[in-house]
Design a protein around this ligand. Structure first.
Ligand code: SAH
Length: 213
């Protein structure tokens, strides 16, 4: 697994493109500049890694478009040491971006094949997560709650209640909401019972699937 100056050059161009599209969080841009996205795609698809596009990975899933990763991460306002829950580990690219920003990352994936593959890949790349879990993200991770922020990387028909409950007061939940197309939605927890809601435009995700069992 190699990361060359050619890859670095392509990443610099990608970062410029994301800046052009309105990403301003320096920490997000720095993480995208650092993480070798080509190593999260199957070999042979390297040439697609630094285009601003989603791409198929295993089990009929996709690695999110770099702009989407940057946009969601920017909405999270990640600070060093934040405890972050990710629903939909997938390729692990978003996970790696969060780790690179100094977050303590807990992530859940529902496809066994992807869970196994990514659980092996991340340590190989020197990326240390707090906890990778195989299971249903609708339930969150009650044993490790509460979280400073929660990011859902699949399209959800509604906001799973457990995720709202597992958010700290003041915490941020970023979730694409909708069936065919999704509205990027940010919830900020104001107190025990109240959440402030902000909507941030349309995106397209693979669906957040219900438990198989
Ligand atoms: N963050 C990933 C995005 C992968 S696509 C990346 O950057 O590669 C969304 C992922 O959510 C898929 O891997 C899919 O299997 C997973 N997913 C869908 N429903 C889920 C659920 N209920 N719980 C956990 N993961 C789920």
């Amino acid at each position: 697994m190699k990361d060359t100056s050619k890859h670095q050059g392509l990443r610099n161009q990608l970062v410029k493109l994301l800046e052009g599209k309105g990403i301003v969080d320096k920490n997000v841009l720095e993480a995208i500049q650092k993480i070798p996205r080509h190593l999260f795609l199957d070999s042979g698809f390297e040439q697609y890694a630094y285009q601003d596009k989603a791409f198929p990975i295993s089990a009929g899933q996709t690695i999110s478009q770099p702009y989407t990763v940057a946009f969601q991460t920017q909405l999270l306002e990640v600070k060093k040491g934040d405890k972050v829950l990710e629903i939909g580990t997938g390729s692990g690219y978003q996970t790696a971006v969060l780790c690179s920003m100094g977050a303590k990352v807990y992530s859940i994936e529902r496809q066994l094949e992807l869970f196994k593959k990514t659980s092996l890949l991340l340590p190989k790349l020197g990326i240390r997560t707090k906890h990778l879990s195989f299971g249903d993200g609708y339930k969150g991770l009650p044993d490790y709650a509460p979280f400073d922020s929660i990011i859902v990387t699949a399209g959800a028909p509604t906001i799973p209640k457990p995720l709202m409950e597992q958010l700290k007061i003041g915490g941020r939940l970023v979730i694409p909401l909708g069936k065919n197309e999704q509205i990027m939605t940010l919830l900020i927890r104001k107190n025990e019972t109240q959440f402030e809601k902000h909507e941030h435009g349309e995106f397209r995700f693979v669906p957040l699937l219900e438990d198989k069992n």
